[in-house]
Design a protein around this ligand. Structure first.
Ligand code: ADP
Ligand code: MG
Length: 163
């Protein structure tokens, strides 16, 4: 559980240590759950110094860090066809990490080989954040979770991890 946005950002920054080129991360949660907060933290974990904002009016925003970060928000998209026609598939994404808010709107058009981050709770509620690798190659993210050996700085959050 994370109790405030800073904890969600800290968790995301810790997970970003596992990031590799070509990774795809789906952020699922209600409006106001904290998907954009997660993206901000993930970006700072990649060493991105530019401010990450909700890309609601553009399909995809690109930031420079240890790896490029491609931040996609499908909130305003009606269906997968519109998203794909809008350039979600871009060669440059192979060199960076793609974070997709509202990825469930793509349904089967979203590659199964991805990491799912599900954020439950809104408003002042604590958030339950579930990290679920869709493929064995994404299990490395679980090693970054607090309480595991790989977590050197002992972030103050606990997270439910499901495989
Ligand atoms: P989304 O992108 O999922 O619509 P945002 O990240 O834009 O959501 O907004 C989340 C809102 O919830 C922010 O106003 C943030 O301050 C607030 N918030 C409260 N508690 C938390 C928490 N534990 N984690 C993330 N955000 C939180
Ligand atoms: Mg958002």
């Amino acid at each position: 559980m994370t109790r405030d946005p800073a904890e969600t950002r800290a968790l995301a920054a810790a997970l970003a240590r596992a990031a590799r080129p070509g990774d795809l991360i789906s952020l699922v949660g209600d409006l106001g759950a904290g998907k954009t907060q997660f993206a901000k933290g993930f970006g700072s974990g990649l060493g991105i110094t530019d401010t990450i904002v909700s890309p609601s009016f553009v399909l995809m925003a690109e930031y420079r860090g240890r790896l490029p970060l491609f931040h996609v928000d499908l909130y305003r998209l009606a269906d997968a066809a519109e998203a794909l026609a809008g350039g979600l598939i871009d060669d440059r994404q192979a060199e960076g990490v793609t974070l997709v808010e509202w990825a469930e709107r793509l349904a089967d058009a979203m590659p199964a080989e991805r990491l799912d981050v599900v954020i439950e709770g809104t408003g002042d509620d604590p958030r339950r954040i579930t990290i679920r690798p869709g493929h064995a190659s994404y299990a490395r993210y679980l090693e970054m979770l607090p309480g595991t050996d790989a977590d050197a700085d002992g972030a103050p959050t606990t997270v439910e991890a499901e495989r």
